[in-house]
Design a protein around this ligand. Structure first.
Ligand code: DAH
Length: 314
């Protein structure tokens, strides 16, 4: 029997032999059944044989399993130096990247993020912003109107109205998102992106506004940015200004509009202009993204050309 076990070549044969010895009708099983009739010495012999045989089977099993594994390892060789399929990773769109950066900066200044709908009603997009229906300033923006009188938000200024209506004052908020106007060339698209900041409290001044704009742009472009303001006109601010920043080539670039929030706007949001005052600013940040990342055609942002997106450094 011992030799039989030793000569076995496969796990399957071993299993069969094991069953014939230790199975229900196995030879050893039969022997063990007769134990009660045996003398002490005979029992000791059977017990020893039983233990030895089981041990033998176990060793043989380990031996055969190791051999099988080694054979497998020898044939199923994996070449870890082979090239694998290129991984197709997504990239962050430059506009998304810019939005995240600007938002993080304003949040660090204590402004909280508000959102508003892109299909806006007349009240929030125009009327509450001191631009009633007869107001000539409505012509400043080539709006997309819907048949029901709503409008595709022409400016994120609508978000400041929503925030003041809901939150009251004091308030320090910003809104960021898509805006729509009928225009299209290398620097204008019918959908573009604006950011709107608003800070209303009892002692907020125009110089706070200038400091904020300068700090915001300096943080975004990661260097000290010089800005200047020029008198301008917006229905929702008084006084109104436009602000420019000095670019690397020494040229002044127009960035956006700002001013002290008009008393009528505050009244429209049930805020007493004799007690509260503050500033608002708004600008498009598509161009900021272009400047920061060195991209020169706004339309490329929306072409959906993956090669361009991949090559734009993201
Ligand atoms: N909404 C203006 C625009 O789209 C930009 C603007 C100007 C926003 C002055 C403001 C502001 O908050 O105070 O042209």
């Amino acid at each position: 029997m011992k030799d039989e076990v030793k000569n076995i070549k496969t796990l399957e044969e071993l299993q069969n032999l094991y069953t014939s010895v230790f199975g229900k009708n196995g030879t050893m099983t039969a022997k063990l059944k007769t134990m009660a009739t045996l003398s002490n010495e005979e029992r000791a012999v059977v017990n020893a044989e039983n233990t030895e045989l089981r041990q033998l089977f176990k060793e043989k099993q380990t031996e055969l399993e190791t051999a099988t594994l080694n054979a497998k390892l020898a044939t199923e060789y994996i070449d870890v130096s082979l090239d694998c399929e290129p991984e197709n990773r997504g990239t962050i769109h430059p506009l998304t990247q810019a939005m995240k950066e600007i938002s993080a900066i304003l949040e660090s200044f204590g402004y909280s993020l508000w959102t508003g709908p892109e299909i806006e009603d007349d009240w929030h997009n125009f009327t509450a912003l001191n631009t009633p229906e007869y107001h000539p300033a409505r012509d400043m923006q080539d709006s997309f109107f819907l048949e029901n009188g709503n409008v595709l938000r022409t400016q994120t200024s609508s978000i400041q109205i929503r925030a003041m209506e809901k939150n009251g004052v004091p308030i320090k908020m910003f809104g960021i998102g898509s805006t729509y106007r009928k225009e299209m060339d290398a620097t204008h698209a019918p959908m573009f992106h604006q950011i709107e900041g608003l800070y209303i409290d009892k002692n907020v001044t125009l110089s706070d506004l200038i400091g904020t704009l300068r700090a915001l742009l300096s943080k975004f472009f990661e260097r000290d940015i010089e800005i200047r303001i020029r008198p301008s006109y917006f229905p929702f601010t008084e006084p109104s200004v436009e602000f420019d920043m000095k670019w690397e080539n020494g040229k002044w670039l127009e960035m956006g509009g700002a001013g002290m929030v008009h008393p009528n706007v505050l009244k429209n949001c049930n805020i007493d202009p004799n007690e509260y005052q503050g500033f608002a600013f708004g600008f498009g940040w598509d161009r900021m993204a272009m400047l920061k990342y060195g991209l020169n055609d706004l339309r490329k942002f929306y072409d959906g050309d993956i090669r361009w997106l991949k090559n734009s450094g993201f």
